[in-house]
Each structure stands twice: as C-alpha cells, then as structure tokens.
Write a protein that binds this ligand. Structure first.
Ligand SMILES: [Zn+2]
Ligand SMILES: [Zn+2]
Length: 365
C-alpha cells in the first residue's frame, strides 16, 4: 500500500550543512586523486609511537615506523572485511551477481527483496519484491524470466517497482510476451516516484531517491519502521499511557531507519544531494564503481553515467554507511584488479567497502 509517513525532525535534517553543499566545496569530479595517494601518508588521529632520540636523528626510521603502523591499520581493515564476508553485511545476507554492461542483480532474502534483475539469477526468483533502477538490459533483461519462473514454481505474482516513466513500456513488453507465449505472466508493476513511500511489510517501507544515469534512473532506500512513544508522554506511567491511547490520542511517532540503499547505475552526483542523505547514512549502501583506474578515468565514467572508484575516495567524507557494497565493475578488469584497486582506498573507507565479486566474469577469463 502506498502511504505517506511522517518523518521525525532528525530524519528530515539534511546530511550537509547549507554552506557545505555549494558546488565549489563539492566538486571532487574535477580533482581525481591518484589511487596511490589514498593508501598511505597523512596523520589519521592515531597515536604514533614516539621515536627514541636515536630514531629521531635517523628520520627514515620514523618513516618506517609510520609505514608499519599504516600497514597494520590496513591489515586490520582487511581482516574486518573478511570477517564480515561478502555475503554477511551488517547482519544482512546479501547475494548477487554484477558485471557492468552484462548483468546486475542483488538479492537480500531477509527483506524478501531483489534490486535489479540482471539475467534473473536463481536466487532472485524467490524474492517477492523487485526494485528496478533503470531500463538498461543488464539490469532489467531478466524480468520476463523472473515473472515466468515464479509462475513455474507456483509463487505468487511479484511486485515490481519501477521508475514511473517506464511503466507503460513495461506493460507493453509484457503484453507482447503474453501474446507470444500464451502465458499469463502475472505481476504487479508499481510506478513509484522519487520521494514516495510504499509499505512492503508492516515494519518495512521503501522510498526511491534520485540518481544520475544516461537514461531515467532511481535508487531505493529500504527503511525499518518502528513506533516510539512521543517525548511529551515519556514521563507518564503505563495506565496513563493506555488511557490516552484508548481515548484516541496518537501517542507514538513513527521512526524510519534507513537500512539499505541501492543506487543502480549512477554518476557520483547522487552522493552530494541533501535529499539523498538517507542513502548516505543507511546501514548498507549498495552502489557502483564501474571504473577503477587511470586508463578510464573520472571524466570517462561521468560521460557514461557511471561512477569511478576515485570519486568514492574523494567523497569518503559523505559516506556515513556502515558498509558499502561495490558492484558493476567493468568486465575489462580482472578480479585481482578489483581487489587491488579497493585495497588502495583510504583505510577508514577500505574497512567498510566490500566489492561484490561473486560470480564476476572478466572478459579475460
Ligand atoms: Zn549497468
Ligand atoms: Zn545503465
């Protein structure tokens, strides 16, 4: 059911102060930083072991000490990623397969959700809710198979959320498939616009947010919903609260907590929009990093409506998420390239970034 939920004042507060949202303060795309500069150098607010007088006289020893410290910091960050594992992210089992231009589908079984459908991997078939970011075939190509396979397994017709501008075409597409296959191909297509809210479970709602790709696109934030006693009634005792409630007074506020955000294909611009603050503070951000190195740089990524890993490094300060799952790597890379590139992120960022390389197929393998 579509619904309009009140937001608490804290949820409405933009992530960025007005002064920090000016384009001059946030124009990282013009200044790509080198991968090498992300991994080393700079004081990170940690206590550096005090060098002995003899070490001080030999400055290089201090440098070695710093390098060792950073290496340790890096190892700790990597260990944390491995502990989390690729599939267990912040308490959520996240699966999927994603190769830029080929297929992208991310599945979260505990939420009964799939984000984009790619070529319809088997795991996605069992999720009742599907969120489509945009109509490129590497994200939507498997949709008819998703619907048909669910029917084959006698699963209920799925609910498929789409950007409003593609709903009509999708309906036509399904009419063609029905005409050709003589199958019913039942599904509920929901055109959900940016800012609208839809309840998918009594404790879960979804809300699309604006992304920036070469065709119309949107991301989705999944929120957990809980009711909290209004502050003005916090001092009351149980029977008094019950009396108020029974008299019809609304005694609770509805609190939405952003659990997961999925962007689909997008330029980095989405990170800088105050209205997208919830995507940037959701527990888990699932986003893309199609390009990773200097060969195809930031400008190339932007021209094609994608994000470059350098931009993620540059925007690290806005990433408040506990974990960031990176997807949509170009198939021009090898898995080792991806791992190496991600390992060069700033240690603080590296600690929470997980590249989704399960099932990744490089052109070269
Ligand atoms: Zn794509
Ligand atoms: Zn695309």
């Amino acid at each position: 059911m579509r619904m309009s939920l009140p937001l608490s004042p804290t949820q409405l507060r933009p992530l960025f102060s007005p002064g920090s949202t000016t384009s001059s303060a946030l124009s990282p795309r013009l200044r790509p930083i080198s991968a090498a500069s992300g991994g080393g150098g700079g004081h990170r607010g940690r206590t550096t072991p005090r060098p002995s007088p003899s070490q001080t006289s030999a400055g290089y020893l201090t440098a070695i000490g710093r390098a060792i410290e950073e290496e340790e910091e890096y190892r700790r960050a990597r260990a944390e990623v491995h502990r989390k594992g690729v599939v267990d992210v912040e308490g959520y089992l996240v699966e999927g397969v994603s190769v830029g231009g080929h297929e992208t589908c991310v599945v979260v079984p505990s939420l009964n959700c799939a984000f984009d459908i790619g070529r319809c991997p088997a795991k996605a078939v069992h999720q009742d809710f599907l969120f489509i970011s945009h109509a490129h075939l590497d994200h939507i190509g498997g949709l008819p198979m998703y619907v048909a396979t669910r029917a084959l397994y006698s699963l209920k017709p799925p609910t498929v959320f789409v950007p409003p501008c593609i709903k009509e075409d999708l309906e036509k597409l399904f009419e063609v498939h029905r005409s050709m296959s003589k199958d019913e191909l039942k599904l509920d297509i929901v055109a959900l616009d940016v800012g609208e809210t839809y309840e998918i479970r009594n404790d879960l709602v979804v809300r699309p947010f604006k992304t920036h790709h070469v065709i119309p696109s949107q991301g989705y934030v999944i929120y957990s919903v809980r009711n909290k006693l209004k502050k003005q009634y916090a001092h009351l005792k149980g029977p008094q609260i019950k009396k108020l409630k029974d008299s019809g007074v609304e005694i609770t506020d509805t609190i939405l907590s952003p659990e997961m955000a999925f962007t689909g294909d997008t330029k980095s611009d989405f990170m800088l929009e105050p209205r997208n603050a919830d995507a940037m503070r959701a527990k888990i951000l699932i986003t893309e990093a199609t390009f990773l190195d200097d060969e195809f740089g930031v400008e190339h990524a932007r021209q094609h409506g994608h994000m470059h890993l350098f931009e993620i490094m540059e925007n690290a300060q806005w990433i408040r998420n506990k974990a960031v799952l990176l997807t949509h790597f170009s198939s021009r890379y090898k898995i080792e390239d991806i791992r190496q590139a991600v390992s060069k992120l700033q240690p603080k960022l590296s600690a929470k970034v997980i590249p989704l390389t399960e099932g990744f197929k490089s052109t070269y393998t």
